[in-house]
Ligand binder design. Structure first.
Ligand code: C2E
Ligand code: CA
Ligand code: CA
Length: 699
């Protein structure tokens, strides 16, 4: 037998290549399993090539490290075949290691197939020498080499399968595993070499025709290193990109979350908004249908919020809302929903067992909101009206429940505010009625159903009449005389107040001009302006048109603006009022005392008259505080040179008291109800028996 010898440098190098190939293979297995779709397929193909080339190079370098006393060479076709076998079995191994599961049976089959593949590569590579006579193999060592190949493959598969996830210390683990795998592969190779016996006198059939071994070694080493290196670099780059994509995906998810939050919450109070409420409501309905429980839907509307907002501005109003939201939230459990659904409207979705739970909670909320709020060193007082709809019972779906809770809330408002109301079926009629009323109101103008009544204004204590206040009525075909409280708010909501207001101005000017012609010189007519009219761009034009059309001097027209309307946007109000004043029209501040005018602001208002709110006059006898307020208002008006009118005078006691304080004029049922123009003249004439053309009328 020939004695073979080994070039130890190349042996070492073959070990290095084996370890590198193993590392690359493990890395690729990780890539394949974390990629998806087409990318995963490409990683599998690339991985198979890299790993196959790696193992094959190791084998081939190991062969080159071996030398016999005769010249050796390798048949290129057979060598190429051994490379193909290496790539194919690597591909199979990679594919197996990246399956979702690797049961023992599959591991065993895979190990055998791959081990046999590696052995086949090795012995095909040996056959490429085309020795004559053929190589004799020691059967024991040969069998051992195959066993080693199978065992090494099994270990490799198991490790690759378990290491493919991105564990925290995956790199170190992978490197250690690569060393074990590399040694196993090398072990198989050199056992296989030891099994080979070359009879003396053997000739290498590929020595002359084959490739020169020196060059071959160099080329293979370079190619192997290049393939493995490139594979590793690509893999690392891809991992980086994947990491970056992952970071990007995380920040995208965060941004998404933020957006969702914004879309579902109110920015001011951070409470859920209507959208989120509706979703929760749907879920609650579905949940109770399954489990058979009940919940209450509570509609909260703040009383007096608008006044605060108008008086102190949005900034204070906003802070107030935030604090109200906090108080509401602290009174309900975490699982309940508190949503803000409009300016000063909140809706609560509360799981309850008994209706009394909802009543108790309403009372708690009422007292919580009733407590004064301290904002910017001001004490603000508001209250809340609450409407309650129960599920099941007060509505089958979300829309009905919301509408019914809303209707109940309106009922609570109507029954004096600062209270709560459970929904009743009769309340629903109200909503429909409002809708119908709005439709009819649209037609009322065309059909000339609107009329004006006039309430006389007297010099205190009992005359003469110095003018009238025009008060609108709706002579409804079926409902009879409808008062302004029942359709002015509705007309404001629908915008109909603008044409209606125009008509009122025109009609009042016409009537006054007629009265003037009939000899009632000096009478003035007061016309009420609603907030919407007051803010309307055409106001000045409408007023001057009405005056001109009826040839009425502006000083005989007084426009009544409520204190809260005038306070709404103080600067804009001042501008508009000044322009009206410049036209020669008189300005009266209506319902005075209910708003929060600052003295400074009042001083700048170009008004000529203050009307003390009816509410103070009503309680004069009972309430000493109101008496104090009224005398303060009178004193204030006098200092500012404003005429003081007291409205709602119903008793002689009030008449005497107000006259005593120094009110300039009085208005009220005691002296005269609002009446049609004809009735007014008739009643004055009847009482007096004669018309005093020049001075007005004494009663
Ligand atoms: P207001 O401007 O405060 O009008 C005075 C209200 O007090 C009138 O109610 C009048 O009938 C009532 N009143 C007069 N004397 C007494 C009294 O001695 N006792 C009591 N309890 N009430 C008395 P009315 O006519 O129902 O009008 C209510 C409100 O509707 C008015 O309050 C005003 O704000 C508004 N309004 C009336 N007509 C018009 C209009 O043409 N345009 C606008 N924008 N609003 C109007
Ligand atoms: Ca008025
Ligand atoms: Ca008034």
């Amino acid at each position: 037998m020939f004695e073979g010898s080994y070039n130890s440098l190349l042996v070492l190098f073959s070990l290095f290549v084996a370890i590198l190939a193993s590392y690359t293979a493990l890395d690729m297995a990780g890539r394949v399993s974390s990629a998806t779709g087409r990318a995963a397929r490409w990683w599998l193909v690339g991985g198979a090539c890299a790993m196959g080339t790696g193992i094959w190079s190791m084998h081939f370098i190991g062969m080159l490290a071996f030398s016999l006393p005769i010249t050796l060479g390798y048949d290129p076709v057979v060598t190429a075949l051994s490379l193909l076998i290496a790539i194919a079995s690597s591909g199979f191994a990679l594919w197996l290691a990246t399956r979702k599961e690797l049961p023992w049976s599959r591991l065993a089959c895979g190990s055998i197939l791959m081990g046999v593949g590696v052995a086949a590569m090795h012995y095909t590579g040996m056959a490429a020498m085309r020795m004559a006579p053929g190589i004799q193999y020691n059967p024991l060592l040969f069998a051992l080499s195959v066993v080693i190949a199978i065992a090494a493959s099994g270990a490799a598969l198991w490790i690759a399968f378990n290491l493919r996830r991105l564990a925290p210390r995956v790199r170190q683990l992978r490197a250690a595993a690569a060393v074990v795998m590399g040694i196993a592969i090398v072990g198989m190779h050199y056992t296989g070499m030891a099994a080979a016996q070359f009879p003396l006198g053997s000739v290498c059939g590929a020595a002359r025709t084959g490739v020169d071994t020196g060059w071959l070694a160099l080329v293979i080493v370079i190619i192997a290193l290049a393939v493995l290196g490139i594979a590793l670099i690509v893999s690392v780059l891809d991992l980086r990109m994947e990491a970056r994509t992952a970071t990007l995906a995380i920040s995208l998810a965060e941004a998404n979350q933020e957006l969702t939050y914004l879309a579902l919450h109110d920015t001011l109070t951070k409470l859920p908004n209507r959208l989120l409420l509706e979703d929760r409501l749907n879920r609650a309905i579905a949940g109770e249908n399954r489990e058979g429980g009940r919940f209450a839907l509570m509609y909260l509307d703040l009383d007096g919020f608008k006044t605060v907002n108008d008086a102190y501005g949005h900034h204070i109003g906003d802070q107030l809302l935030v604090e109200v939201a906090d108080r509401i939230r602290s009174n309900v459990r975490d699982q309940d929903t508190v949503a803000r659904v409009g300016g000063d409207e909140f809706v609560l979705l509360v799981k309850i067992t008994e209706p009394t739970d909802a009543a108790n909670l309403s009372n708690k909320l009422r007292s919580a909101v009733e407590e004064p709020f301290r904002i910017n060193d001001r004490l603000l007082h508001i209250s809340t009206s609450i409407g309650i709809a129960m599920y099941p019972g007060d509505g089958q779906n979300r829309e009905d429940l919301l509408a019914n809770a809303d209707a109940a809330m309106y009922h609570a408002k109507a029954s004096g505010r600062n209270t709560y109301c459970f929904f009743e079926t009769s309340m629903n009629a109200n909503v429909h009625e409002q809708l119908q009323l709005a439709q009819e109101l649209r037609l009322a103008l065309e059909r000339k159903e609107l009329v004006l009544q006039y309430q006389p204004k007297f010099t205190a204590p009992s005359g003469p009449v110095i003018g009238v206040e025009a008060l609108i009525r709706w002579a409804h075909p079926t409902r009879g005389m409808v008062g302004p409280d029942q359709f002015i708010p509705l007309s404001e909501k629908t915008g109909l107040i603008v044409p209606i207001g125009e008509w009122v101005l025109d009609e009042a000017c016409r009537q006054m001009s007629e009265w003037h012609k009939a000899g009632r010189h000096g009478w003035t007519v007061s016309v009420n302006l609603s907030a919407l009219q007051f803010a309307h761009v055409n106001l000045l034009k409408t007023v001057s048109n009405a005056l001109q059309r009826h040839a009425l001097e502006p000083r005989y027209l007084t426009l009544e603006v409520t204190e809260s309307t005038a306070m709404r946007d103080a600067d804009a109000s001042l501008r508009i009022l000044q322009q009206l004043r410049d036209m020669g029209v008189q300005i009266s501040i209506d319902d005075f005392g209910t708003g929060y005018s600052s003295l400074l602001y009042l001083k700048r208002l170009p008004a000529s008259e203050l009307k003390i709110d009816r509410g103070f006059i009503r309680d004069l006898a009972r309430d000493t505080e109101d008496a104090a307020i009224v005398s303060a208002i009178v004193a204030l008006g006098q200092t500012l040179n404003l005429k003081i009118v007291a409205e709602g005078v119903e008793t002689e006691a009030q008449q005497a008291f107000l006259t005593g304080l120094g009110c300039d004029s009085l208005q009220g049922y005691l002296l005269g109800h609002p009446m049609s123009a004809d009735k007014l003249i008739a009643s004055i004439s009847n009482l007096n028996g004669l018309i005093q053309a020049d001075e007005g009328v004494h009663i």
